[in-house]
Each structure stands twice: as structure tokens, then as C-alpha cells.
Ligand binder design. Structure first.
Ligand code: S6P
Ligand code: ZN
Length: 192
């Protein structure tokens, strides 16, 4: 039987993020041990109550080429030391798959890189779309004062490779300096 069309509403200002979804993932600070540079700041924030950094809602589809999955990610505003709240970031397990991000509200940056060492940082604020080509790892960073909310669509068979970023980091780091984001080489990045 053919799959049936799915319709859902995305209201950028609504308290609810999607009015229909299959999956809801909540990422607390405690799930990001080792991701932030400033361990002292990380420990202090954790002791103060382990805040929710981001949540992901998604429409699931069979993980086969031709199907698309989509959903919304909501990333809170805040910092761990000089680093803004951010997603873990990942390569797709099937490296030759891309993705589309559309910012619904807020202000941030997308940090991207390929296994070959190409790097890119894209402005990502309400109304902007970023096309993430195949092979590019991606991490979202909230540089604003309110939540960063975005819609994403990617091939259902793309999967996630979190290990490469967890073990080696992104080559570039975004830090807050005098109230603005600055991009630096990541001193903790290690070759794969
Ligand atoms: C999936 C897509 C997003 C992220 C989400 C959280 O391919 O890129 O749904 O999963 O924004 O980021 P992360 O890095 O924790 O998966
Ligand atoms: Zn992705």
C-alpha cells in the first residue's frame, strides 16, 4: 500500500512546536559531557539543575532511500562558559546525504565541516534556509537571547554518526566575546 500524505502545522510563535509528531527527544546538559570546553562552567551549571538544552520533535518514516524525515528542533538560549548552547552535531551515517534547515525563530549559527577539512559557518536566523550538502557535519548554535527554533528535512536513511564529533570535535569553535560570537580554531580538535 502506498504511504499516505502527512500534514502538520508549524506555527513559529506557538508554545507547542508541532501539532503532530512521532518522536520527541529531550537533551539535558548532562547528556553533553565532554562537548563543552569549560569543564568548570559545565559542572557549575549541572549542579544548578541540569537544564534542558534542546528538544527535537520528528515525523518518522521507514529508513529507506526515497523517504524523507522532518521535524523541529528547539534550542534554548544560554552559555556554558564562553560557549553558547549548541546541539551535539553529527555527520550522517550515510555520508552522501544532505539536509535542509529552515529557521523559524531566533538567531544562531550553523557550524559545518567535511571529513576532508572544508569548514563553513552560516548565519542562521528566523526566515533563513541553509542547505547542508552531503558529507557536511552540522551543529546548530544559539547566539541569541531567546530560543532558536528550526524545521529540518533529511533523507530517512541518513542516520546519525555522533561518535566522530564526540571523539574529535569540530575544527571550529564559536565563543562569545564582548557580547558577540567569534570563531576560533578548536584547540581540542584531533585528526580522525
Ligand atoms: C537530523 C537533524 C536534526 C538534529 C537536531 C539535533 O539529521 O540534523 O534533527 O538531529 O537538530 O542535533 P543533534 O546533533 O543532537 O542530532
Ligand atoms: Zn542531520
Amino acid at each position: 500500500m502506498n504511504a499516505l500524505p502527512i500534514a502538520f502545522a508549524l506555527a513559529p510563535d506557538a508554545a507547542h512546536v508541532m501539532d503532530h509528531y512521532d518522536r520527541h527527544t529531550v537533551r539535558h546538559l548532562s547528556s553533553m559531557a565532554g562537548y563543552y570546553v569549560d569543564q568548570t562552567a559545565f559542572d557549575a551549571l549541572l549542579a544548578a539543575g541540569d537544564p534542558v538544552l534542546y528538544e527535537v520533535w520528528g515525523i518518522e518514516r521507514p529508513a529507506v532511500a526515497g523517504e524523507l524525515i522532518s521535524g523541529v528542533t528547539r534550542l534554548a538560549a544560554g552559555q556554558v562558559g564562553q560557549e553558547y548552547f549548541m546541539t551535539k552535531g553529527h555527520f550522517h551515517a550515510v555520508l552522501e546525504t544532505g539536509e535542509i534547515y529552515y529557521a523559524l525563530r531566533g538567531q544562531g549559527l550553523l557550524v559545518l565541516e567535511t571529513p576532508e577539512g572544508d569548514c563553513s559557518v552560516q548565519a542562521f536566523a528566523a526566515g533563513q534556509v541553509v542547505y547542508i550538502p552531503p558529507r557536511w557535519a552540522h551543529r546548530t548554535i544559539n547566539t541569541g537571547t531567546g530560543e532558536l527554533r528550526f524545521f529540518w528535512v533529511c533523507p530517512a536513511h541518513a542516520g546519525h554518526d555522533y561518535g566522530t564529533i564526540a571523539d574529535h570535535g569540530f575544527r571550529q569553535l564559536v565563543l562569545e566575546s564582548a557580547g558577540s560570537p567569534i570563531i576560533q580554531a578548536n584547540p581540542r580538535w584531533s585528526p580522525r
